[in-house]
Every structure is written in structure tokens, then in C-alpha cells.
Design a protein around this ligand. Structure first.
Ligand SMILES: Cc1cc2nc3c(=O)[nH]c(=O)nc-3n(C[C@H](O)[C@H](O)[C@H](O)COP(=O)(O)OP(=O)(O)OC[C@H]3O[C@@H](n4cnc5c(N)ncnc54)[C@H](O)[C@@H]3O)c2cc1C
Ligand code: FES
Length: 345
């Protein structure tokens, strides 16, 4: 049995298997709805269901509050249709022609720019390239069926190796392996590209100045965006705010400093939240999104790309929209939620 899902305002519709989520059947039918974690944690896929019966599925309360539910909202990565549905959501046009693929890859090189950060360089099989947009991520497919998401740090033009920046989560199934037994030439399996976090280059974005907000390894997709913009000589001014607990968390600070010299209109502000006396940090201290608000109280003309821990993303969206006049539709984010607790073994 299939049911019909109609999307408003686009007027598109597709047949869906009730066993699949609204998001999955939309993606299978070639319609890209906004999404991030696909796991009920980040809230990016939230939209209203205007008519029909559905199961909300398993999700985290902070991603879909009781108030959201009362107003008819659901998370499309979790909700499954029981009958025909009409849903309200903005489709993401530019991803339509990019296929999502499952590929093996070889670990070519592992770098350790900080004690708890590894940079992996992955090589795809000969003659294979992964087409993607700057900012998107891949999932590693683990042997037990679990997945782990990591953002691509290389720009699409620079695709000899896929680059990932991985923070060690002590006790974490995958990152313990990366920081322990993983060695060069190991083979992994990945699926990608994924996510609707990518640099908007459409007419509507025009010449809007870009604010880039990174927390820790949230620098990875921001690096892909900056290197893409540089390669294509994009003229929009860019300002990067990179926050970390301490200076070692700014593990590619030299690279960001270099961008200020080589990319016209590029500014960089680094912010640490803890400042031990032995650190001799001369720069900004505090929460990175609050540093943005102090410097740029009016974000009404900006477009924001934010990536990092869920707490930072939620606070930035709330405060930039609530206090700095940023239109909600100009805030793009990937929230580094974690999957362990809600995935099947
Ligand atoms: C779209 C997306 C892109 C991502 N990109 C990156 C990236 O580029 N770089 C990166 O370093 N991370 C990234 N992440 C986060 C990363 O996927 C998770 O941290 C992942 O769960 C770690 O896998 P693991 O197997 O080591 O830990 P798990 O086995 O998943 O977790 C072990 C335990 O640690 C907790 N935990 C896991 N991750 C975190 C965390 N980040 N913070 C706090 N507690 C945690 C879990 O609750 C669990 O109890 C991304 C996440 C998403 C959704
Ligand atoms: S909550 Fe659905 S994509 Fe993150």
C-alpha cells in the first residue's frame, strides 16, 4: 500500500510507503526537504502537517516541543504517514541533481592537529569522485548497522581526498576507534553527500555579507565553504567567528589567519570560552555567538552559516533572530547532534 504526500506551497506530490518516514520517501522520490541529523535531534526538518493522519515517531523533545506538536508541527525525519498527507515546507532546489551514493574509501592519511582532533584524508576507489555542495556531510556506515555523521572539510573542487575533522568523544564507538586502532590504508564505507547545509549562491542571496560561525570541529564545513568561495572568487564579504574551549581547540588557527591576508573582504575573530592562566591568550573570551552580537548588533542584511554543538546552534538562532534582526530564513546550520542513543544496534 502507498499513500500520497502533497507538499505545499510547491504543489509537488509523491507516493510514499507508510513504513518509511516522510523525509525518506520524499528523498527517494527526488524531492529534497531541509534536513540535518535524520535522527530527531536537530529540528532542521521540522514542518507542519496540514491534513492527514500520521505517527510522530521517536524524537528528542527539544527538537519538537509540546507547543510545536500542538501547532501541528512534526519532524519529517521521524514522522510516518498513516493516510494521505498534505505537508507545509520549503523544498531545497539545488540538491536535486546530486545523487546520494554508498562508496568504500581508504584512509590515506591521519593528522592530529590537537590532542582531541584528528583530520582524516579519505581516498575513493580509482575514477570515483563524490559530487557534493560545500557544507554537506557524509555518514560512515559501521559494521553493526549504525551510522556516524561527519562534515566534509574540503571544497568540492579539491576532491582528490575527502577531508574530515573528527573530535574525540571519549567512550564513543567510532571516534574511540579513530583515536585508537585506526591506521592508514584501513577501508571504511560511507554514504553521501547528505544534508541541506551548504552555501547558498542563488539570486536571492545576491551580495549579502556572510557570517560564518564555527564551534570546535564545526570549523570543518565552514572551511569547505570558505575554500569554495575563494576558488570561485566570490565577492561577498565573509566574517568568520570561531569559538573553542581553549586555544588548542582552534586547531587550524594559522589557516584562518592566512585567509584574512589572501581573501579580499575576509575577517576572522577567534574566541575562547575558558582561559587558563598558562594559556597566555590575548584574544576574545566568552561565548562565540555573544561575541558576534557584541560586534554586529544588526544582522538584518546578513546570511548566517553556523556549525557546531547543538547548544551553540540553538542559542545563535534564538539570539540572532530574536535580538539582531536576522530573518529566520537566512540562518543555515548543521547541529553536531550525536546518534548513539537512538540508533538500532
Ligand atoms: C550532520 C552532522 C555532522 C557532524 N559533523 C561532525 C564533524 O565534522 N566533526 C565532529 O567531530 N563531529 C561531527 N558530528 C558529531 C558526530 O557525528 C558525533 O559526535 C558522533 O556521535 C560521534 O561518534 P562516536 O561513535 O564516537 O560516539 P557515540 O558512540 O555516538 O557516542 C558515545 C557517547 O558520547 C555521547 N556523545 C557523542 N557525541 C557527542 C558530542 N559531539 N558531544 C557530546 N557528547 C557526545 C553520546 O551521547 C554517547 O553517550 C556531526 C553530527 C551531525 C549530525
Ligand atoms: S530532527 Fe530531523 S533532520 Fe534533524
Amino acid at each position: 500500500m502507498t499513500v500520497k504526500i502533497s507538499i505545499t506551497p510547491s504543489g509537488h506530490s509523491y507516493d510514499a510507503d507508510p513504513a518509511q518516514t516522510v523525509l525518506q520517501s520524499a528523498l527517494d522520490a527526488g524531492f529534497i526537504l531541509p534536513y540535518g541529523c535524520r535522527n530527531g535531534a536537530c529540528g532542521t526538518c521540522k514542518g507542519r502537517i496540514l491534513s492527514g493522519d500520521f505517527d510522530l515517531g521517536d524524537f528528542q523533545d527539544k527538537a519538537l516541543t509540546a507547543e510545536d506538536r500542538a501547532r501541528g508541527y512534526a519532524l519529517f525525519c521521524c514522522a510516518k504517514p498513516r493516510t494521505d498527507l498534505t505537508i507545509e515546507c520549503r523544498e531545497v532546489g539545488s540538491l536535486r541533481d546530486i545523487p546520494i551514493r554508498t562508496l568504500p574509501c581508504r584512509v590515506q592519511k591521519i593528522e592530529r592537529p590537537a590532542e582531541d582532533v584528528s583530520i582524516l584524508y579519505l581516498k575513493l576507489p580509482a575514477n570515483e569522485r563524490l559530487q557534493f555542495l560545500p557544507g554537506q556531510y557524509i555518514d560512515f556506515l559501521l559494521k553493526d548497522g549504525r551510522r556516524r555523521s561527519f562534515s566534509l572539510a574540503n571544497a568540492p573542487h579539491d576532491d582528490e581526498f575527502l577531508q574530515l575533522h573528527i573530535r574525540h568523544v571519549p567512550g564513543g564507538q567510532f571516534t574511540d576507534h579513530v583515536f585508537g586502532a585506526m591506521k592508514e590504508r584501513d577501508i571504511l564505507r560511507l554514504e553521501g553527500p547528505l544534508g541541506s547545509f551548504y552555501l547558498r549562491e542563488d539570486e536571492k542571496s545576491g551580495k549579502k555579507p556572510i557570517l560564518l560561525l564555527a564551534g570546535g570541529t564545526g570549523f570543518a564545513p565552514i572551511k569547505a565553504i570558505v575554500e569554495h568561495a575563494r576558488h570561485h572568487r566570490m565577492e561577498r564579504p565573509m566574517t568568520l567567528y570561531w569559538g573553542a574551549r581553549d586555544r588548542t581547540g582552534l586547531y587550524l588557527d594559522d589557516l584562518a589567519q592566512e585567509w584574512t591576508k589572501t581573501i579580499p573582504g575576509f575577517k576572522y575573530v577567534s574566541v575562547v570560552s575558558d582561559n587558563p592562566s598558562e594559556d597566555k591568550w590575548q584574544g576574545r573570551i566568552g561565548l562565540v555567538h555573544q561575541a558576534v552580537m557584541a560586534d554586529l548588533p544588526d544582522l538584518s542584511q546578513h546570511q548566517v552559516y553556523a556549525c557546531g554543538a547543538p547548544g551553540m546552534i540553538d542559542a545563535a538562532r534564538r539570539d540572532f533572530v530574536g535580538h539582531c534582526h536576522l530573518p529566520d530564513s537566512e540562518f543555515f546550520a548543521d547541529s553536531f547532534t550525536f546518534a548513539a542513543d537512538s540508533q538500532p544496534a
